[in-house]
Design a protein around this ligand. Structure first.
Ligand SMILES: *[C@@H]1O[C@H](CO)[C@@H](O)[C@H](O)[C@H]1NC(C)=O
Ligand SMILES: *[C@@H]1O[C@H](CO)[C@@H](O)[C@H](O)[C@H]1NC(C)=O
Ligand SMILES: *[C@@H]1O[C@H](CO)[C@@H](O)[C@H](O)[C@H]1NC(C)=O
Ligand SMILES: *[C@@H]1O[C@H](CO)[C@@H](O)[C@H](O)[C@H]1NC(C)=O
Ligand SMILES: [Fe+2]
Length: 568
């Protein structure tokens, strides 16, 4: 079997907020007996929740060994990596103690240096790079809600790195002998005949529970080279004021508070919890609704923006931390401009991700982001996006290729993996289960408009919900888990969903399929958004001849470009 080298793009666009694009080289080998999307559309399959499991678990306590602060003074902790440009990497960490309570005083970020010492040999740090640091506060003008101010958050961008190379690094402040232990990372390789497979873990709605622990241990076992977090990261906003009853009780502890407290030390706990993995494997984050975290003076997204380095400047997204819930038009234009730039002969794979799913047959969040789908779907289809990852719904679902609710062999494969294991429990109800069709007042989005609609064709014509699993839903299961995407060559990618309950069973996969592109068949011309594609009409007539070039140009560049912008 010929092993091919591939460049592909990851495009992450989140709730009108974030765009990240990455292209990288991948190599792999095919396997037999795994279904391919070419055999689809598949008959819908549902695997219901296994009643021998519990639907969720408690949050880990702040004194849990994986959450507890184990350093003192200005010693670095919560070390994390994120991809920057092709030859650069972000290193982020926190020094100094966070404070929470009635009297908090922000630390001075300039009181400690931001240095990364690194090199290609263990113990020999031939390079030193400095960066920037900041603190943020989460404040509430309401008695009983706790004010918070963070430790000093450092971000350093290492530049001029060699591809496919292992680096050893320490971070901290050398002048006060506060450098971390040595950590390592490997830069992504340049295309070449011996490139090992890139394994991209996709995780959504993780939280910080016993189930999140299983997920992260399982991800670690699966040895990813990059992690995509598709939003709703720590669930800090669900920790203290929910009365322990889960999502629906927004203010049990403080019913009259104008805003809901989000308990920021959870973010520090999350940073420590993730550190063993993300201090060696870069993690790209996109924000979900749990990152909004409103505080005094209408400020939002403070923690998310301060804690995570994202390559916004590198990618030319315009403004570094630009967010506003009503700048959708600008963001749309920016996304479109960016999609125009993608050269599919160089970058055959275009993978998009944002937090809330467009296609979702669970009762939870059913049609919640229908406005976004209506505004964006044609654009995505015209630009032949291959795969779309989302979270938000706390269960797994993989769609048959679908466009505008109609099966379409050239539409993206939509996958929901909001099953990371957060405190809100697994979603088990389907909108097609008797009595479980949400009413119009349910599932109101936290941002954007409401565009619920009844289907205009098909078996559910005139109705809001189907009476059985919709034909566009290929497989759904109410379990926690995560996915691994491995791009094999310019037309084949292997997608595997791993369930938490299978963590000790090596050969069990919750779901596995080859996602196969048909570039000639699905030329751009046939994807004009206004009609459903008839396979017979378009077969072999793809005259937009980028497609044949894809296989030839697969080794052009490593080019990891990550785009990130905000503009909700
Ligand atoms: C890609 O891999 C698949 C599965 O291994 C194989 O059938 C196909 O021929 C390969 N395509 C190319 C262009 O190498
Ligand atoms: C979540 O974790 C708890 C505690 O480990 C376990 O009992 C429960 O079955 C898990 N639930 C799922 C859905 O995996
Ligand atoms: C928290 O910060 C807000 C905004 O600065 C302030 O109004 C409030 O009094 C502080 N709360 C406490 C308990 O100090
Ligand atoms: C939409 O469907 C629901 C039932 O699913 C029905 O009650 C409602 O009248 C329909 N609305 C319209 C405008 O047809
Ligand atoms: Fe969410």
């Amino acid at each position: 079997m010929s092993a091919d080298l591939v460049n592909y793009k990851l495009l992450l666009w989140v709730g009108k907020m974030t765009l990240i694009i990455a292209a990288m080289a991948v190599l792999g080998n095919g396997q037999k007996s795994i279904p391919t999307t070419l055999e689809g559309p598949f008959k819908p399959v549902t695997r219901r929740f296994d009643p021998s499991l519990r639907r969720g678990s408690d949050d880990l306590g702040m004194d849990h060994p994986r959450l507890r602060r184990t350093v003192s003074g200005y010693f670095p902790e919560q070390i994390a990596l994120a991809l920057s440009a092709p030859t650069s990497m972000w290193v982020s960490w926190v020094t100094g103690g966070a404070q929470i309570g009635t009297h908090v005083t922000a630390l001075d970020p300039s009181s400690v240096a931001s240095e990364v010492w690194y090199g290609k040999e263990s113990g020999k740090y031939t390079n030193k790079q400095t960066g920037m640091s900041m603190v943020y506060s989460q404040l509430y003008p309401y008695e009983g809600l706790l004010n918070y101010t963070s430790g000093i958050i450092h971000h350093v961008r290492l530049e001029g790195l060699e591809p496919g190379t292992k680096y050893y690094y320490k971070c901290g402040d050398g002048s006060i002998l506060a450098l971390s232990e040595e950590h390592t990372f490997e830069t992504l390789p340049l295309p070449g005949p011996n490139v090992y497979p890139r394994r991209i873990a996709v995780i959504g709605d993780l939280g910080l529970t016993h189930n999140s622990t299983t997920t992260i241990d399982h991800v670690t076992q699966n040895d990813p080279s990059l992690i995509l977090m598709v939003g709703d990261l720590s669930y800090a906003n669900q920790y203290r004021t929910n009365g322990g009853k889960g999502a629906s009780c927004f203010s049990c502890a403080f019913p009259d508070a104008p805003i809901r407290e989000t308990y920021q030390p959870r973010w520090d706990g999350w940073g420590r919890f993730m550190e063993p993995l993300i201090s060696r494997v870069p993690m790209m984050v996109i924000e979900g609704n749990h990152e909004i975290e409103p505080q005094a003076a209408g400020v939002t997204f403070k923690s998310y923006l301060a804690r995570f380095a994202v390559p916004s400047e590198e990618s030319g997204s315009g403004s570094h931390f630009y967010y506003s819930f009503d700048a959708g038009g600008a963001q749309y234009a920016w996304l479109m401009k960016d999609l125009e730039k993608v050269d599919r002969s160089v970058t055959p794979w275009l993978v998009a991700a944002w937090h809330p799913p467009w296609y979702n047959s669970y009762s939870s969040h059913y049609q919640e982001f229908e406005c976004m789908r209506q505004q964006m779907e044609t654009l995505l289809n015209q630009h032949r996006v291959d795969i779309v990852f989302s979270g938000h719904v706390h269960a797994y679902e993989r769609m048959n290729r679908v466009y505008n609710y109609m099966l379409n062999p050239c539409a993206p494969v939509y996958i929901t993996v909001g099953d990371g294991g957060n405190i809100e429990q697994v979603d088990v109800d389907h909108a097609d289960d008797p009595g479980k069709c949400p009413s119009p007042g349910d599932n109101m989005p936290e941002f954007g408009g409401v565009c619920h609609l009844n289907f205009s064709s098909g078996p559910a014509k005139g109705k809001f919900c189907w009476d059985w699993q919709p034909e566009w839903s290929a497989f759904r299961e109410s379990s926690f888990g995560h996915g691994i995407l491995e791009v094999i060559n310019s037309t084949y990618a292997l997608w595997t969903w791993h369930r938490n309950q299978d963590i000790f069973k090596d050969n069990v996969k919750g779901d596995q399929i080859y996602i196969v592109q048909q570039p000639e068949f699905c030329s751009r011309a046939t994807r004009d958004g206004s009609r459903s594609l008839d396979p017979k009409q378009s077969d072999g007539t793809g005259s937009d001849s980028l497609a044949p070039l894809i296989a030839l140009f697969v080794t052009v560049s490593l080019a990891i470009s990550l785009l990130h912008g905000l503009g909700i």
